[in-house]
Design a protein around this ligand. Structure first.
Ligand code: HEC
Length: 134
């Protein structure tokens, strides 16, 4: 019995460490997105490329936006993992990127932000009429 409780305790501690103990906080993600919104709009290219249909698209493919070589030739597809890597420290992950954002170092911040990005950038109404890039 004791061994079982200890095992359960250990599993719980590991899950907590891995950040699996809480669902993503979308409201927190939205507030973190405020920084991104200084350069990105959903439907239009601005300082950065438009964000509609971001998750699932290939890096560097929004028509009309002039990307750095670093992003264009990265061969990445934006998904939870690559966004997590990029947004931790953009310049270290893709040296030469012209995205002037220092990064969110806290894993929980990135989890919340990426969860928000997944819904916000794929809002069928807000993104209606915008072609999904490849
Ligand atoms: C200071 C302006 C600025 C801020 C702030 C900023 N970005 Fe960017 N972002 C850019 C620019 C410029 C690019 C194009 C990068 C390149 O070509 O190297 C870019 C590119 C990207 C890309 C690649 C898109 C593609 O089409 O391949 C993603 C993803 C992205 N930004 C997400 C974010 C998120 C999420 C945030 C908020 C945490 C953010 N950005 C904050 C300017 C910014």
């Amino acid at each position: 019995m004791t061994v079982r409780f200890i095992t359960l305790g250990l599993v719980g501690a590991l899950l907590t460490l891995a950040g699996c103990d809480r669902p993503a906080d979308l409201a927190h993600g939205q507030s973190l997105y405020g920084v991104c919104a200084g350069c990105h709009k959903l439907r239009e290219n601005w300082t950065g490329p438009q964000h509609c249909w971001l998750v699932g698209r290939s890096a560097g493919t929004v028509p009309g936006f002039v990307y750095s070589q670093a992003v264009k030739e990265s061969g990445l597809t934006w998904d939870e993992k690559t966004l997590d890597q990029f947004l931790t420290m953009p310049l270290s992950f893709l040296p030469g990127t012209k995205m002037g954002f220092i990064g969110y170092r806290d894993k929980k911040d990135r989890t919340d932000l990426i969860a928000y990005l997944k819904t916000h950038t794929a809002d069928p109404q807000a993104c209606a009429g915008i072609d999904k890039p490849l």
